[in-house]
Design a protein around this ligand. Structure first.
Ligand SMILES: O=C(O)[C@H](O)[C@@H](O)[C@H](O)[C@H](O)COP(=O)(O)O
Length: 267
């Protein structure tokens, strides 16, 4: 059983798990339920993935009962951030998701919306935004009622030890981009340097945002993001800027990552 807590309107809900086994089951169940809701409501489910350990932690979606109960043909998969490398390169977030998860479930190949890996980071970002705009027109992706942004049904993120989410890094100019849906960087502090990423307004327009954080090494950063002033010195951690306007934010944590949260101790 996950220990649950709510940490104030803008910081979302915490789901703290005893171990990774519990976390992976709860995460698969949560994603499957959100998928079912949107498939019923609008006949499609738009979900954006990141890279890193998140993908391995979604692995239970590939096995019973989820592999059979989820309506995979209605899934449209996007990447909240992607490294600008060939799709068969070991750094590719697409390859990671394909190898670990997407190749094991019957998602339609035409519903995997990956970036063009044959152009520059700048071109890949603007082409990807164009692709999303077309899918907003056909309502495969919903549209925000509040701003010129797509409204993804679910965006799944990990958090780096520096508090980055997607490819939005502390103190980077990408944090200030508000007039684009997808932007690019060529100087990522975490290799590889060239990446595309959803901007903060797009992340914060989603109906659901899930951030998955595990391991003791991220406990201090997580405490600062959830309960602290948000950064060390002058930097504001990008994870703290994840504040969906009307959507729901849920943190999936293991007890090690949550070990420095007062909220967890008192729940
Ligand atoms: O492209 C990337 O580098 C990832 O999308 C990245 O943003 C990742 O999600 C975090 O760094 C957390 O990764 P871990 O959970 O593996 O630490």
């Amino acid at each position: 059983m996950a220990l649950s807590g709510v940490v104030g309107k803008d910081r979302g809900e915490l789901r703290i798990h005893e171990n990774l086994e519990e976390l992976t089951t709860d995460l698969a169940d949560y994603i499957a339920k959100i998928s079912e809701t949107f498939v019923k409501e609008r006949g499609a489910f738009s979900v954006a993935l990141s890279g890193g350990s998140l993908i391995y932690l979604m692995r239970k979606l590939c096995v019973a009962p989820f592999n059979r109960t989820v309506d995979w043909a209605k899934w449209h998969v996007f990447w909240a951030d992607e490294r600008v490398v060939a799709k068969n390169h070991s750094d590719s977030n697409y390859k990671l998701a394909k190898d670990v998860f997407l190749s094991k479930v019957p998602v339609l190949p035409s519903h995997l919306h990956s970036i063009n890996d044959a152009v520059s980071a700048e071109e890949a970002a603007s082409e990807y935004e164009f692709v999303i705009r077309q899918l907003v027109k056909t309502r495969v992706v919903s549209v925000s009622e509040f701003c010129d942004c797509p409204k993804f049904d679910l965006i799944l993120l990990g958090m780096g030890p520096d508090g980055h989410v997607a490819s939005l890094f502390p103190d980077h100019r990408v944090l200030n981009v508000t007039d684009e849906w997808v932007t690019f960087i060529t100087d990522s502090p975490k290799p590889p340097p060239e990446r595309i990423t959803f901007t903060l307004p797009v992340i914060n327009s989603a109906s659901n945002v899930v951030v998955v954080v595990t391991g003791e090494a991220k406990a201090g950063t997580l405490h600062s993001v959830i309960e602290g002033s948000g950064g060390t010195g002058s930097s504001l951690q990008p994870a703290r800027m994840v504040q969906p306007v009307t959507g729901k934010l849920v943190w999936f944590l293991d007890k090690e990552a949550a070990s420095k949260l007062d909220n967890a101790k008192h729940s």
